[in-house]
Write a protein that binds this ligand. Sequence first.
Ligand code: Q46
Ligand code: ZN
Ligand code: ZN
Length: 324
Amino acid sequence: MKCVTCRGPAIIDIRRHNSNFCAEHFIEQCQRQVRKAIDEFSMFEKSDKILVAVSGGKDSLAIWDLLLDLGYSVDGLYIGLGIGDYSDTSLEYARAYAKTRSLHLIEVDVPSTFGFDIPNGSRAAKRVPCSACGLSKRHLFDEEAVKGGYDVLVTGHNLDDEAAVLFGNTLHWHTEYLGRQLPVLPARDGFPKKVKPLVRLAERETAAYCIVKGIDYLIDECPMAAGNKHLGYKNALNEIETASPGAKHSFYFGFLDRAAEFFATEASIDREGLGACASCGAPTTSETCAFCRLVQRAGGQLPERTGVNAVSVDLGPTRSGVVQ
Ligand code: Q46
Ligand code: ZN
Ligand code: ZN
């Protein structure tokens, strides 16, 4: 197996590109793919203030590292969810990486700030753990990005993640979600701009990237993930990919090219009537936002609203398009 660039010994084969790479040229390939995604979807500029959501796993640490090496200045944001040892260890990996490159890592600890953790809180609120966790993370990502004056929030979703979510949304025809499943969601109505620069890289490639670069990451899966439907969708897509290399890429990018626009209007409907949460000030279509309702139902407490914490809400005209 020879590197497609230098003909030296290859360390990885990427079947959907019909190419093998040595360590050096694999890193270049990852950088090329990330640069292409940033340019193709106008994600951000070198002058932008960028925040990356970091979990301590391979994807978020890989994208943080890739963006730094590409010359962007990027801070990290870690959300502690109170999922036992898993959260403790994931924080250690995030901190260790930030330390090696002298980076700024913002830390928000849900249990000590809001008085509940995901395992107990989701049970008390009668929500599936991943649903309570997902809405908490989205809320806190948005809040920290807006509060810190960041131009854009980066998440580490890779091609496998996006293809699996698309598969689930298509299987159940969640048309309102399909319209929002884009690599870039523009800032609007108090929500920050959100981007996914890893959409051109597969999970196996972000893991290989970390190994080649010597980045330590948390390998363990979250213990609450058992039964998560997306894992099943990922396995199904992996089988299809094995039989037909490139299937995930054409499924996801074909959707972006040829289908996403048909769902844009529907995705914007549930943002009509957006106002400020009576409790935290975040943009919401209800009187109290989903996160504040979760905190209350989980038996936690909302911190005193200071105005600094409140997300500013621009209640200008609703633009048609896609929101998240
Ligand atoms: S952390 Fe949270 Fe994930 Fe764990 S509880 Fe589910 S959503 S699986 S990315
Ligand atoms: Zn090479
Ligand atoms: Zn709120």
